[in-house]
Ligand binder design. Structure first.
Ligand code: FBP
Length: 262
């Protein structure tokens, strides 16, 4: 497991992962609200904010941009990903190896795992290989734990999210990133189910400043260790202000109200 004291992707045991793999997962449509964010350099600049503990990107974006930011940004290599054009049962192609990511300077890997998909067995085997390779290189392991597939009706049901965090623990992730299950009680159950595996909340589609900060506050009070967020940062006109607010709520333990008033 990651040691809080010397983890490259946490600060005081907490994480704020800026996710920018949307160009692959959703397509450029996610950049339309703030068209400048089509340029990965704009998001790398955001990742130099003190609040950001790691930036999660895919291979091509990392190759093209990380060398210019290696002193200022902690790289989390999002190893697998599949486009929205894929219409099959949920699956995610492994697009780069742990060794390649390590050589590029990554401190951690990110891996999407679709528990419940008909492809779960193959994905678990791919995760095993990546997780063990990361351990050999002292890299952190973050699981995007997203149960989905034909048999799953509600991917935010409290039972499903508690199962998702538990899968992170069982399969050897340091951090499980899950969707917010809708209430503090459900989030608390999810965090307890994860044992020593930390839980971070996934950002989701853009919400108002107040709603978003209140949900993050609720997740933190329920035992979460932070946030992994994309659209709720890079789709804002003033993303730095939201990062300032998140720094307060996640690392300083303030309320959303206090963060909004600052
Ligand atoms: P957001 O904060 O924008 O929701 O990003 C989190 C994330 O997991 C991204 O890393 C990923 O691209 C996207 O959500 C996948 O979302 P989904 O599979 O639910 O469409």
């Amino acid at each position: 497991m990651l040691d809080d004291a010397d983890s490259a992707i946490t600060r005081d045991g907490k994480a704020l992962i800026l996710a920018y793999d949307h160009g692959l997962e959703h397509g450029p449509v996610d950049f339309e609200p703030v068209p400048e964010t089509t340029d990965p350099g704009v998001v790398f600049d955001l990742a130099t904010h003190d609040a950001v503990t790691a930036l999660a990107v895919g291979k091509g974006v990392a190759e093209a941009h990380y060398p210019s930011y290696e002193d200022d940004v902690t790289l989390l290599a999002k190893l697998n990903g599949t486009s929205n054009l894929w219409m099959g049962e949920p699956d995610s192609a492994v697009n780069w190896s742990v060794d390649y990511a390590h050589d590029l300077g990554a401190d951690a890997i990110g891996f999407t795992y679709y528990g419940g998909s008909n492809n779960e067995v193959e994905m678990a085997e791919e995760f095993r290989d990546a997780q063990e390779a990361a351990r050999h290189r002292d890299m952190g392991v973050v699981m995007w734990s997203y149960p989905r597939g034909q048999g799953l009706k509600n991917d935010r049901d409290p039972k499903t999210i508690a199962y998702a965090t538990r899968l992170g623990l069982e399969l050897g992730a340091d951090i499980a990133k899950v969707k917010y299950p809708g209430s503090a009680d459900a989030m608390e159950w999810a965090c307890q189910s994860a044992g020593k595996c930390k839980v971070v909340m996934s950002g989701g589609s853009k919400a108002s400043d107040r709603d978003f900060l209140e949900t993050v506050e609720s997740a933190m009070r329920a035992g979460a260790s932070g946030l992994a967020v994309g659209r709720n940062i890079f789709q804002r006109e003033n993303p730095e202000a939201m990062l300032d607010g998140l720094e307060k709520v996640i690392f300083e333990g303030t309320t959303a109200e206090e963060a909004l008033d600052a």
